[in-house]
Design a protein around this ligand. Structure first.
Ligand code: ADP
Ligand code: ZN
Length: 225
């Protein structure tokens, strides 16, 4: 990480970031903002899996069996997939925000190795935190754009026209794993398997805990501070 002279008023925004947090904490919304404002490449493992499923690839078919049950896709294929993404030479220029990866300590160790190979370090790991009730509320009723990735909510942030994206007019959809039983399972998996990733990064100086319950703008400001 770059060291700023004490008299410099503005912080340099992070270029290589990891977002960790329970499902529904707002990782998707935050990575969309980081992309829009800082030009960072967003690498969302969940999005990439959903794309593979849509394209009906072998990887997609395999991943779907886990995703539909709220379980994690096995480490081996997930690591291989994300490593390929990170090896894109343009990433060095654009910087990146990892959303949803790493989700296990094994994946975090593998990411360290990949970044070591690429001679790139992480500027920041952001742990997004909100109360559990808020998470369930946010996920139940979540609607996403099939094209631009904009996220709506049936109660908190409805689109102007039902089923249509305000930004790009594409159809909206409800994710198959946003059903109540699956939501509960995803939250359970988070506490069991992903929470240790936060501890993993707490041992290095890169971890920043951010209260994500006061809306995207405040959360964004906290990340860039
Ligand atoms: P959310 O963070 O809202 O749960 P994601 O879009 O990040 O949603 O992930 C959706 C699903 O994709 C997860 O429940 C899991 O099944 C699978 N998945 C995403 N990222 C990973 C990962 N790093 N390792 C294993 N499975 C993953
Ligand atoms: Zn859209």
């Amino acid at each position: 990480m770059s060291q700023l002279p004490a008299d410099q008023p503005h912080a340099i925004p992070p270029r290589r970031l990891v977002l960790v947090g329970p499902p529904g904490v707002g990782k998707g919304t935050m990575s969309a903002l980081l992309k829009e404002r800082l030009g960072l490449r967003t690498l969302s493992s969940g999005e990439i899996f959903r794309h593979e499923i849509e394209m009906q690839t072998d990887l997609g078919r395999m991943a779907k069996r886990y995703i539909d049950h709220g379980e994690l896709v096995p480490n081996g294929v997930t690591i291989e997939m994300m490593s390929k993404q990170l090896h894109d030479p343009q990433i060095k220029q654009s910087g990146f925000v990892l959303d949803g990866f790493p989700r296990t300590v094994k994946q975090a160790e593998a990411l360290d190795e990949v970044l070591f190979e690429l001679e790139q370090g992480l500027d920041k790991v952001v742990s997004l935190e909100v109360p559990q009730e808020v998470i369930v509320q946010r996920l139940t009723g979540r609607i996403g754009c099939t094209k631009c990735g904009e996220i709506y909510h049936s109660k908190n942030k409805p689109p102007k026209r039902e089923g249509v994206c305000d930004r790009c007019n594409s159809p909206l959809f409800v994710r198959e794993d946003d059903r109540p039983e699956t939501i509960r399972e995803r939250i359970r998996v988070f506490w069991e398997t992903t929470a240790p990733v936060i501890e993993y990064y707490a041992k290095t100086s890169t971890l920043q805990r951010v209260d994500a319950s006061h809306g995207p703008e405040n959360t964004y400001a906290a990340i860039c501070s």
